[in-house]
Design a binder for this molecule. Structure first.
Ligand SMILES: Cc1ncc(COP(=O)(O)O)c(C=O)c1O
Length: 232
């Protein structure tokens, strides 16, 4: 049988895990902060926020852009269930439009036809590491004042003419082991990242941590989004 993903775990990864375990700090901390900075550099965005899963990243991205009941989000039907589910989770309506048979990604023509006054966001999926047609989708979103949330869960470091996915809008990534056989595959639960514009950063960080940054005022019920330090 051909494995769909093979984690490459060597002495360096083992030492990194042991260091975290011996530090006694298994949640949030220097490793997570370093991971966030490194990943932001890879995506060439101002900030990356590590959360617990790609699903949490998509969910928080929608919250950060204040997508909610009454809003429509245009997305692809050919994806993992989390893409549509997170739109439902915030009370918005997923509008599935057909894919381009050549790329299996969102067809920009179909997206253009699906835009209504209730459309708030476009959520392209960069499927199998192949970026969606951002050259067409970004101008479309700009022309209609729409948010772009990129489901980049399968497309770490993929780029279009050198511009990385996750930097066209707000990007959500998954480090579930079959999605990315990098050093992060060493942790069974992985560690995830969400790139976001500054406006949504505070919403995401307080939702991720369950408290207001710098205080212990509980602001959110989403503390399950926290990235364990071991994951990074
Ligand atoms: C396209 C896509 N979106 C979202 C997700 C959800 O990521 P996670 O499993 O980390 O929640 C996945 C996971 O495989 C995915 O492939």
């Amino acid at each position: 049988m051909i494995p769909i993903a093979r984690a490459q775990i060597g002495p360096e990864e083992e030492a990194a895990v042991l260091n975290v375990m011996r530090s006694g700090m298994l949640a949030q901390g220097a490793q997570v902060a370093a991971f966030e900075q490194g990943f932001a550099e890879v995506c060439r965005v101002c900030e990356a926020i590590a959360v617990s899963s790609g699903t949490a990243a998509l969910h928080l991205a929608l919250l950060a852009h204040e997508v909610g009941p009454g809003d429509e989000v245009i997305t692809s039907p050919f994806s993992f269930a989390a893409t549509g589910n997170t739109i439902l989770l915030v009370g918005a309506t997923p509008i599935f439009v057909d894919i381009d048979p050549d790329t299996y990604n969102l067809d920009p023509e179909q997206v253009a036809h699906a835009i209504t006054p209730r459309t708030k966001a476009i959520m392209p999926v960069h499927l199998y590491g192949n970026p969606a047609n951002m050259g067409r989708l970004v101008p479309l979103a700009e022309a209609h004042g729409l948010v772009i949330i990129e489901d980049a869960c399968q497309a770490h470091a993929a780029a279009i003419h050198g511009k990385p996915v996750g930097s066209f809008g707000t990007g959500a990534f998954s480090f579930y082991p079959t999605n990315c056989a990098s050093l992060l595959a060493m942790s069974p639960s992985g560690g995830e990242s969400l790139t976001t514009p500054r406006s949504g950063k505070r919403i995401v960080r307080s939702a991720r941590d369950g408290v207001c940054p710098g205080s212990y005022t509980v602001t959110s019920v989403f503390s399950e989004s926290s990235a364990a330090r071991l994951s990074a």
